[in-house]
Design a protein around this ligand. Structure first.
Ligand code: SF4
Length: 514
């Protein structure tokens, strides 16, 4: 049982209250916490008889966009000198802010700040996401599992393989059905895996009928124990298109082996345009268009995401009437340039492997050089269209309309998000842009993610915001909030812009949204 799962067992919401314990009401679990101890999620503790958020409130300093220049913590009761590392524009994130739960109360921090003459408000809360998951992109040609195959952690189903994309395999993990719709163990395993993935820790995933993959956001995938170094340059057909001129005059035929589209230069349009001669080659596979073949093999961990280790296995007999002749030269290469071999036809028109010639080294090296590093990308996806909106405004649908109308800019820990079109506030964020350790969990089970809504103050008041709760950044730095935790400043991660004033100005001018 994981450390997370063990904690679930030890904090039963039905526990009887013991005199010295106090109740945390920051989520539906309602832990009773003894003095000096923390609750089930470790995010709140009993410090001297008061419920305290154990992590500091994180404030980003956009003048120190160094991604980690941290000033010392300022404990509750100590004086804050009013300055971070620099005196640039600050952004109060929801990391360490606490939640709006129960939902009738306003968000923990509603921050006002004047930026370039515009009064802005940022509403800050740690959202509890029962409806959430991650989309994982794994840069690899290798076949890691069939579409819809179940993905497991410690034997529990936590998601599935979804559509393969260009040079990448995709997973869809988590979601409310795995978190709450299966067994208790399934919910715990799913929550544990999502939390680790979002906090950029490695997680080992096994795919039914497929591979075992270690996924860590921003790092190379490890597939069946092997680190994937390169993302392919393109499909076999695209590789022919890109490099046909490099091979012209150096070799008679080139086959780029690919599980999806294997390319043959003499038949391909790129080769034809360059005046390539027919070679009488025969590919065993389903011909799509000239020089492009599907299904030359089963998918697997071999050349170009096929199951083959001997590339000759995809060739049929050579046809002398169509150009095959003794001595004809053949290059076979994979879509990453990692596998390559050179052959010449003998007197019986059988390809015989020969030492790889120096003249072709450069072109194979060029394929490798054009490959990007293989990475795992983890996008957190969550539905913020539920009750947390009540912590922002007394009329929740106004917030949804304002987000959809681009009058409200949404961030997660200060990182920009993509909000899906259509109803609700369904957002996605690249976890590597969110400050480390920003995600938490509660044992319901659900993930906790920081979320901030930034909009013009006049818009905020108009949509039914809690005007009386608005505080200045300086006041928050000096006094903190109801959860009594310290504040800390850190340089904003590079590439995370301050909420775009231009967008908020434009929206105001257009009168968009509600
Ligand atoms: S799980 Fe965490 S947030 Fe929920 S009641 Fe317990 S300590 Fe509080």
């Amino acid at each position: 049982m994981s450390e997370l799962a063990e904690r679930f067992e030890t904090h039963d919401p039905g526990e009887k209250q013991v005199a010295e314990k106090i109740r945390c009401d920051a989520c539906p679990v309602m832990c009773y916490i003894a003095d000096g101890r923390t609750g089930a999620c470790d995010r709140y503790g009993n410090v001297g008889g008061r419920i305290v958020r154990m992590d500091p409130l994180t404030i980003l300093d956009h003048a120190a966009e160094a991604g980690g220049a941290v000033v010392p913590f300022v404990a509750e009761g100590e004086a804050w000198n009013g300055e971070l590392v620099n005196t640039g524009r600050r952004f109060v994130t929801a990391i360490g802010a606490g939640t709006t739960y129960p939902d009738y109360k306003p968000a923990p921090f509603i921050v006002s700040q004047e930026v370039e003459g515009v009064d802005l408000v940022t509403v800050v809360t740690e959202g509890i996401f029962s409806y959430c998951g991650v989309k994982v992109k794994i840069d690899t040609d290798r076949h890691i599992g069939d579409g819809t195959a179940t993905v497991r952690v410690e034997g529990e189903a936590i998601g599935h393989v979804t559509t393969g994309e260009y040079g990448s395999q995709m997973l869809s993990l988590g979601g409310v059905h795995h978190l709450t719709g299966g067994s208790k163990q399934e919910g715990r395993a799913t929550c544990d895996a999502l939390l680790n993935l979002c906090n950029r820790k490695p997680v080992e995933l096994t795919i039914d009928g497929g591979a075992t993959v270690i996924v860590e956001a921003g790092k190379a995938p490890v597939i069946d124990g092997k680190v994937e170094h390169r993302m392919r340059v393109g499909c076999g057909s695209a590789t022919i298109g890109m490099f046909a001129t490099q091979w012209r005059g150096l070799v008679d035929e080139v086959v780029v082996v690919d599980d999806h589209i294997t390319g043959v230069v003499s038949e391909h349009q790129a080769g034809k345009v360059l005046g390539w001669q027919d070679t009488g080659i025969k590919i065993i596979g389903r011909r799509s268009t000239p020089g492009r073949y599907f299904k030359v093999s089963e998918p697997g961990l071999g050349w170009g995401g096929t199951s083959i280790s001997d590339p000759l296995s995809i060739l049929g007999d050579w046809n002398a009437k169509k150009g095959a002749r003794p001595g004809l030269s053949l290059l076979m290469v994979s879509t990453t340039g990692e596998q390559f071999a050179y052959y010449e036809l003998d007197d019986d028109l059988k390809p015989v492997e020969k030492p790889f010639p120096e003249r072709l080294q450069k072109s194979v090296g060029l394929i490798e050089d054009n490959c990007e590093p293989a990475l795992c990308t983890v996008l957190f996806i969550g539905g913020a269209g539920g009750s947390l909106r009540a912590g922002v405004t007394e009329n929740p649908v106004n917030l949804t309309r304002s987000v959809q109308g681009l009058r409200t800019y949404v961030t997660v820990g200060g990182a920009p998000v993509y909000v899906w079109p259509g109803g609700g506030i369904t957002l996605m964020v690249d976890v590597t842009r969110v400050p480390e350790g920003a995600f938490g969990y509660v044992p319901t089970p659900a993930l906790v993610a920081p979320i901030e809504f930034t909009l013009r103050r006049d818009d905020y008041v108009r949509l039914g915001g809690y005007e009386a709760e608005i505080r200045s950044v300086e006041d928050i730095l000096a006094k903190g909030g109801e959860y009594l935790n310290p504040r800390r400043g850190t340089g904003a991660p590079v590439n995370n812009p301050w909420p775009p004033l231009a967008q908020l100005r434009r929206a105001a001018a257009n009168g968009a949204g509600g």
